[in-house]
Design a protein around this ligand. Structure first.
Ligand code: SME
Length: 164
């Protein structure tokens, strides 16, 4: 039986929610060598923790020029994103976290879901190389901030430590 990521009651404080989530994520992936299974469970746990996110998922680097859709929670999404394109491709090319409070103001934003209003993308960096990005979208403007960036960076470090 899979251990569930259970929030008895979701703390209203976002930072507190992330603090509860992080050890749960670590135990979810502990001892499991299958990357796809681990990435899938990470997106599911994040989805439970962050109801403000309409879409949560990974884009995985499959070549030096392209990211390809990985495990996610949410609506059907764009499959391939070129490095340097959109929020995901820019975060991957620059190896830095991008918080976009209003996607309509981000040049080249790729609208997989026309309802998306804001977004955060965090690179997964392994041995100095971006191997994937973690993308979260929301139907609300400015859904993500520095609290998300800081904690998702910890999630990214955990994910980077998996068997890639
Ligand atoms: N909006 C993203 C594309 C990915 S989806 O929204 C799931 C971007 O501009 O990179």
């Amino acid at each position: 039986v899979a251990e569930s990521v259970a929030f008895a009651a979701l703390p209203t404080d976002k930072a507190a929610r992330y603090r509860e989530l992080l050890p749960q994520l670590a135990s979810l992936v502990e001892g499991e060598p299958d990357l796809i299974a681990n990435l899938a469970n990470v997106t599911a746990a994040l989805h439970e923790c962050l109801p403000i996110a309409s879409w949560i998922g990974f884009y995985i680097r499959r070549s030096d020029t392209e990211l390809v859709l990985g495990p996610f929670q949410g609506k059907v999404a764009c499959v391939r994103i070129a490095f340097g394109r959109g929020v995901c491709g820019t975060a991957a090319a620059d190896a830095r976290t991008l918080v976009v409070p209003n996607v309509d103001e981000f040049p080249g934003h790729i609208a997989c879901d026309a309802g998306s209003r804001s977004e955060i993308v965090v690179p997964i960096v392994r041995d100095g190389r971006v191997v994937a990005v973690l993308d979260l979208d929301s139907y609300e403007l400015a859904a993500f901030d520095a609290v998300d960036a800081d904690h998702l960076d910890e999630v990214a470090r955990l994910v980077a430590s998996l068997a890639w």
